[in-house]
Write a protein that binds this ligand. Structure first.
Ligand SMILES: Cc1cc2nc3c(=O)[nH]c(=O)nc-3n(C[C@H](O)[C@H](O)[C@H](O)COP(=O)(O)O)c2cc1C
Length: 207
């Protein structure tokens, strides 16, 4: 069982990265082999609508033909058993890099004439982290569940809400008033979020 983990956050060592690392530990404990990818280390674009992945009898049919930094990752995902994608919420959605990845991943499998260009077996889990409280992004989870469900075996998501944004709120205009509350949440709630991420990593392998 091969699991690819995609970090759609620019900040290494922060919330999304930490959640994904726990998911990775869960997957490893369940016996998977994993590969961890930091999207922000790669040079790549979103889908360019070239339709090379849809050319009748074409050599790239069902596969993205853009040969940039994401191409080897898409190929690895194509051959893998599971994918865990993690992203912070930026202005009500996943990050721009993560969305570019998502476009490229999805569009190659879309056949407007019916059958998709993959076998639908890849298991997918998603991890979100955000400033907003629980419940605010339910519409978004549902939307990605629906979209991933078009081509993959969607296993579930985990969200870390009201995350700590910095270790020193004195330095930034980030809502000084919320610092104490965020620190407490980091101490009490975040370990639970990490455990949920670990469990998702395990579940994606065992279920
Ligand atoms: C550009 C930007 C936009 C953001 N927009 C939102 C938002 O719309 N909703 C929200 O709840 N949090 C928002 N946040 C907060 C992040 O989602 C949150 O702090 C997240 O946990 C950061 O993940 P990281 O620690 O992995 O970087 C935003 C942060 C940035 C930098």
């Amino acid at each position: 069982m091969k699991v690819i983990i995609i970090n759609g956050s620019p900040r290494k060592g922060w919330n999304t990265d930490l959640m994904l690392k726990e998911a990775e530990k869960g997957a490893i404990e369940a016996g998977a082999e994993t590969e961890y990818v930091n999207l922000y280390d790669l040079q790549f674009s979103g889908c360019k609508s070239c339709f090379a992945c849809k050319v009748r009898d074409g050599k790239s049919l069902g596969h993205c033909a853009i040969n940039d930094g994401l191409k080897p990752i898409l190929d690895k995902i194509d051959a893998a058993d599971a994918l865990i994608m993690g992203s912070p919420i930026y202005f009500g959605d996943i990050t721009a890099e993560c969305r570019a990845f998502f476009e490229r991943l999805m569009f190659q499998y879309l056949n407007y004439e019916g059958q998709r260009f993959n076998d639908g077996k890849l298991k997918v889990g998603v991890i979100y982290t955000m400033n907003a409280p629980e419940g605010y992004m339910d519409y978004l989870y549902k939307n990605y569940e629906r979209l991933f469900g078009m081509f993959f075996n969607y296993v579930g998501h985990v969200a870390a809400t009201e995350t700590l944004q910095t270790n020193n709120y004195d330095l930034y205009y980030l809502g000084k008033k919320s610092e104490q509350y965020k620190l407490e949440r980091r101490e009490k709630q975040f370990p639970i979020d990490l455990k949920n991420a670990f469990d998702l990593g395990k579940k994606i392998v065992t279920e």
